[in-house]
Design a protein around this ligand. Sequence first.
Ligand code: BG6
Length: 510
Amino acid sequence: MQPTEQPNNCIITIFGASGDLTRRKLLPELFNLFRRERMPASFAVFGVSRTPHSDDAFRAEIRSALDDGEDPVPAELAESFCSHLYYQPGDVTDPASFAALAERLQVIDREQGTGGNYLFYLSTAPALFADITDSLAAHGLHDGGDAWRRIIYEKPFGYDLATARELNDRIANVFHEDQVYRIDHYLGKETVQNMLVFRFGNGIFEPLWNRNFIDHVEITAAEHYGMEGRGKTYDRSGALRDMFQNHLMQVLGMVAMEPPARFNADALRNETIKVFQALRAIDPDEIEDRVVRGQYTAATIDGDPVPAYRGEHGIAPDSGTETYVAVKAFIDNWRWGGVPFYVRTGKRLPTRVTEVVVHFKQTPHRLFGESISGGGRNNQLIIRIQPDEGILIKFNMKQPGGGFEMRTVNMDFHYGDLANQYVPKAYERLLLDCMLGDATLFARRDALEACWAFVDPILTAWQTPAATKLHGYPAGTWGPIAATDLIEGSAGDWRYPCKNLTDDGEYCEL
Ligand code: BG6
């Protein structure tokens, strides 16, 4: 994508428009594009959901959502943006309601001059994805002739490998793969994309990026909040489906992929899928040694009582859903043979941090004895995805003074130092890419199924609760002790990151 390329005129139809995602992310980030003059010259956003709203009520709701955002919104600009919004109540479970939608789309298309280009965004319950897809086809909305038709599917895409395949099959009956955009908002994050530039735009890191120099890699996505009102939905998925199968596996793909020959959607996605396919399958009898699942228990954090997961609204008192998962993965190829990748994610951990830590091998000979302060013996490269986005390298130097004592010091870059540089938010980037027809940062069918294929045996093993433990961990801690055992030994311990990139330690402040 060229930085200034402008998308074609189009209508974006959002199914599930009364949902939280529309209000919190989709419309505010489309507004950001509008504000930066990156929306097409003519466009409309058409909201569809069951709630009986008028165009005006929808506009007023989105107008107030824009005002609730972090940045002040110029009133005139917001009004102008909202004049492009339309709404129609519709029951998407009723195929007949699509006739009315198709008609309304034609009216809006004529009114706004959007040239018949339609982008559909499915932000409904995932169980409805296949039926909506069929209903769009039944009314000819999937094929625009000379105009383009594209469709974005929100996550979760499937519940396991079988359901993901089934959904993909149903979609493939209607849309060509190049019309299908499976969104993973982690790929829209600037810092995740920067991993490609960091790895393939610099000459100094790539020669070290392999089993000869790297001891192990950690990938962490920690969240300090609990259910935030979405307990019922979360309880059906759990950490493995909610974060690991999609976001964290995509990050793993970026860290571990081979350099593509060209920078385009196919070349890039051809490389990430090879990583997923090379992941060593986890046998049922290895699950306990390679996967730790946990669920938070009640605790007091900063003097405030925090309920256990099972005490959260909408969660069954005997729920066996995991709120934490740690996986020890291996990528069986020439680059990574024998290098463990430790990947963990959890709710109600001490802080909100997502990062990748590359641990380099120790020097072959300890020339300067055992004594070292301020860190570990091995060099670390930390790619911070959020917050305090940046890159940190930890290396050792001579402690000033007599003798040859070593200490670990930091070399750090923070995105925050790039003053006045606008960093687009994830949905903003991805919505623009989709309007431009660029699928580079979206999951392709084969890759998505390869990710499910890795996760599936874990889910199957967990169906026999007696066979795998669900470890408790007090809310506000770094997860079950068993997760430390997973990494301990060969790799030492996890890094305990803090909000500030350069700080770490088990007891950091939020
Ligand atoms: C979503 C998950 O996909 O990602 C949520 O469903 C999670 O449970 C969220 O909180 C994390 O996204 P981010 O961008 O805040 O890291």
